[in-house]
Design a protein around this ligand. Structure first.
Ligand code: C2E
Ligand code: CA
Ligand code: CA
Length: 281
C-alpha cells in the first residue's frame, strides 16, 4: 500500500510505502502518525540531539560522546529512534534529519569548551542512504564552516550492515575521510565484515555491538577476545557498546576494549543535561 500525504499549501509530498502483507491498518496508521511527527519536527528544526558519554576503558573518564536523535509527538512524548529512523530511511527524510543532527552537533561543539568537559570528539550516526548522497561532503563542509569548527572533532559512525554494498557509499566516505572526519564501524558483529574486507575502508575505530558484549559477559562469546586482539593488532581502537554492569566493563576492558559506552556510565542525555553533568567551559 502506498500512502501519500499531501500538505495544504506545500508542493512537496512524502510517500511512505507500507507493506500491505505485513502491517495491520492500526500499524499503518501508527506509522503515518510517526511520519507526520517527523515531518513537523524537521520542518520546525526541532530534532533533539541527546549525547551519550563514551569513557576510557581503563579509568572510566569521559573521552567522547555519541549523538542520538529524538523527536517528540504532539503531546511532547519522545518517539524512539527504533520507530522513526526506519520510516525516515524509507521516506528519504533521513537526509534532512541527518543534516539537522549534524548542524546541531556542530552548534554544540562551537558553543561549549569540549576539552574542559573532557570530550575529544562527538560521534554522529550516518545512515547508508545519507552516505549515498553525492553532495553529503559539500553539505557537511558548509555547515562546519558556518560554525567555524574542525572536522576532526567529529567521528562518523557507519553500520556494518551498510557497508555490504560499499560501491554506493565508497566515494562519499573517502571524500569525508579526506576532509578529516574519522570513521567508526558501528554494530560490529551484526554483519559480515572480516579483516580483509575492512581494510578497504578508512575506519579507525570498531564498535562492538551490544549483542556481542552481552554474549561475552555471560560466557557465550568465545571468539570475541581473538577478534578484538586481531582488530587491535592491525591498528583499530575498540569501543564496547551496551555496557550495563561493572562485570561487563571489567571483562570487556580485560580483552582490550579501549572505550566503553552504556547505561553503567550514563543513558543518552539532552544536551543541556549533558553540559550540566560534565561541566561547560
Ligand atoms: P546505535 O547507533 O547502535 O546507538 C546505540 C543505542 O543503544 C542507542 O539507542 C542507545 O540509547 C542504546 N544504548 C546505549 N547504551 C545502552 C545500554 O547500556 N543498554 C541498552 N539496552 N541500550 C543502550 P537509541 O538512542 O534508541 O538509538 C537506536 C538506533 O537508532 C541507534 O543505534 C542508531 O542506529 C539509530 N539512530 C539514533 N540516532 C540516529 C541519528 O541521528 N541518525 C541515524 N542515522 N541513526 C540514528
Ligand atoms: Ca551508533
Ligand atoms: Ca551501535
Amino acid at each position: 500500500m502506498s500512502l501519500a500525504l499531501e500538505h495544504a499549501g506545500q508542493n512537496d509530498t512524502t510517500t511512505y510505502n507500507a507493506n500491505k502483507d505485513t502491517l495491520s491498518i492500526g500499524e499503518v496508521y501508527e506509522q503515518v502518525m510517526i511520519m507526520r511527527t517527523l515531518e513537523r519536527v524537521l520542518e520546525r528544526h526541532e530534532v533533539e540531539v541527546f549525547l551519550q558519554p563514551v569513557v576510557l576503558g581503563t579509568s572510566h573518564e569521559l573521552i567522547g560522546a555519541e549523538a542520538l536523535s529524538r523527536i517528540r509527538d504532539e503531546d511532547g512524548d519522545i518517539v524512539p529512534p527504533s520507530q522513526f529512523i526506519p520510516i525516515a530511511e524509507q521516506t528519504g527524510l533521513i537526509n534532512k534529519l541527518g543534516i539537522q543532527v549534524f548542524d546541531k552537533v556542530c552548534a554544540f561543539i562551537a558553543t561549549y569548551d569540549l576539552k574542559r568537559m573532557g570530550l575529544d570528539w562527538v560521534n554522529i550516526n550516518l545512515s547508508p542512504l545519507q552516505c549515498a548522497q553525492q553532495d553529503i561532503a559539500e553539505h557537511f563542509a558548509l555547515i562546519l564552516e558556518q560554525h567555524g569548527i574542525a572536522s576532526d572533532l567529529i567521528h562518523l559512525e557507519v553500520t556494518e550492515q551498510s557497508i555490504v554494498d560499499y560501491s554506493l557509499i565508497k566515494d562519499q566516505i573517502l571524500q569525508l575521510h579526506g576532509m578529516g572526519f574519522k570513521f567508526s564501524l558501528d554494530d560490529y558483529g551484526t554483519g559480515y565484515s572480516n579483516l580483509v574486507r575492512l581494510s578497504d575502508y578508512p575506519f579507525s575505530n570498531i564498535k562492538l555491538d551490544m549483542s556481542l558484549v552481552r554474549s561475552y559477559s555471560i560466557g557465550k562469546g568465545g571468539l570475541l577476545p581473538v577478534a578484538v586482539s586481531g582488530l587491535k593488532s592491525v591498528g583499530y581502537t575498540i569501543t564496547a557498546e551496551g555496557v550495563e554492569t561493572e562485570e561487563m566493563a571489567k571483562s570487556l576492558t580485560g580483552i582490550g576494549a579501549d572505550y566503553l559506552q552504556g547505561y553503567l556510565f550514563s543513558r543518552p542525555l539532552p544536551i543541556d543535561e549533558f553540559v550540566r553533568t560534565y561541566g561547560a567551559g
